[in-house]
Design a protein around this ligand. Structure first.
Ligand code: F6R
Length: 242
């Protein structure tokens, strides 16, 4: 695991954007795995700024998102479908046909989950997966205790995750209780992983990731078994790492 320490959130976002852009500019077809949440917003802003200023094209880029809430229609302001449109897709020239997000309002969520892994596989897999980390070590919505062998599946969200995400809703009661998430095994199949970590709330998680043992009680720990992981974290997040 390669660790890159940067000053702050802004630098983390720019370093991540520069890294992705170097791939976008030099690859033939490129498949990105994308995350939502607060962490990658600055990265997406930097990609948009570059697209507007330098015209970097995404016509050859496809994407697969990590997860989606169950029970929110696509057009709901808090669906990850909307998040991706608002925070990235509608500002760049990626073909919407090439962007993939699990459907949270599918009639059969289990079927949707199984089909998602097959879609990724038949597409040729993910070249670079962008990840954030939950303070409990979750990646995607794979909460502590999730099997390292899990493929895309339906999850019940941990109360701590619902509380952390309640900031985007009017009240915690509106935060969905379930989601579809790429599984740990699905994430580990990505050829490369870029994990972004920022701020005090992630200090313990980063310490456990770097210094702790590999255990299903801390899902992100599995990343230590992947041979191409880059962690870009800011000084605040690094504070407890020896
Ligand atoms: C988002 C996702 C989650 C977040 C994590 C951190 O698609 O899968 O694992 O990356 O909850 O969220 P933030 O960035 O809001 O702290």
């Amino acid at each position: 695991m390669k660790l890159i320490e940067v000053k702050d959130y802004q630098e983390m976002s720019q370093v991540a954007a520069d890294y992705l852009l170097s791939k976008v500019k030099t690859s033939g077809n490129l498949t990105l795995g994308l995350a939502t949440g607060g962490t990658p917003k600055g990265l997406y802003e930097a990609l948009i700024e570059d697209h507007e200023q330098n015209g970097t094209s995404y016509r050859h880029v496809s994407s697969f998102n990590l997860d989606e809430y169950i029970g929110l229609p696509r057009q709901h302001p808090n669906s990850y479908y909307q998040y991706m449109n608002e925070n990235l897709f509608r500002h760049i020239d990626i073909d919407s046909e090439n962007t993939h997000i699990p459907s949270g309002d599918a009639a059969d969520a289990e079927k949707e989950s199984n089909a998602y892994d097959e879609k990724i596989r038949s597409h040729g897999g993910i070249d670079i997966q962008v990840l954030g980390i939950g303070s409990n070590g979750h990646i995607g919505f794979n909460e502590p205790g999730t099997s390292f062998d899990s493929s895309t599946h339906v999850v019940e969200l941990a109360q701590s995750t619902r509380e952390a995400n309640a900031r985007y809703f009017d009240s915690i009661n509106e935060v969905p209780t379930h989601a579809i998430t790429m599984g740990i095994a699905s994430i580990m199949k990505s050829r490369e992983i870029l994990l972004l970590v920022s701020g005090e709330a992630k200090q313990e998680a980063l310490k456990k990731l770097v210094e702790g043992s590999i255990s299903e009680s801390f899902p992100a720990s599995i990343l230590n078994n992947h041979d191409h992981v880059t962690v870009i974290a800011d000084e605040e997040a690094f504070a407890l790492v020896k």
